[in-house]
Design a protein around this ligand. Sequence first.
Ligand code: ZN
Length: 275
Amino acid sequence: MTGVFQQSFDQVVEECREVAGLGLSAVILFGLPETKDPKGTSSLLANGVVQRAVEAIKKANLNLLVLTDVCLCEYTDHGHCGVIENGEIVNDATLEILAEQALSHARAGADIVAPSDMMDGRVAAIRKKLDANGFAEVAILSYAAKYCSAFYGPFREAAQSAPQFGDRRSYQMDPANVREALKEVALDLEEGADIVMVKPAVAYLDVIRAVRERFDVPVGAYNVSGEYTMVKAAAQKGWLNEKRTVLEILTSIQRAGADIILTYHAKDAAKWLKA
Ligand SMILES: [Zn+2]
């Protein structure tokens, strides 16, 4: 992905220092483990890749919230977001692993954990696990409305997390469905989510708006990799003015009702808005 890089531990701290200096308020970490297995067990290690990065960033004492992606797809050899039995994703066996993963992130110092897997009941499982272990103050940002989207392609390449067979249709939502998004958001809030996220953002502005109007909680929107690379590619060809296009897109996401925007354009936008 143009302009997006995997980072080592010392690089990630320097990157975060720059990010904080630009006035951005938060970062989210996605892990690229050394080993993958069917159950994604490398995601639970206290000295795992995300856990160590969180510790390093927190130790640097930057004015930054640290969020962590909670999911299995980066850690499983099959690339799915859950455990597999007989060729199917098993929801309940996945929940315990996700909850343990979230707890290990909290122990490392994460401020907010962000489950992105879309398994049923994962917010409740994570909340219960965090509370039982003294991490009631760690917040949950749930990917409540995550659509099965073609726009995730570039991220999966970058994070080496493309499913090795099948697709994620059994646990991600149908792009044509808005009401299901509202149902998923309501369920996640009942289970204890503090912030709900809609993903992707640009092709789903109406969903962001619908969530904003129905629920009185912070709404996040994930301006995903495909949305980002389309702009980047067109700008590189001289077909679009990158700065104007990006700021217009981010404005439209905010106008739709997002309080929080997760975007690969963040550093550029912060620089442009500062200038
Ligand atoms: Zn996943």
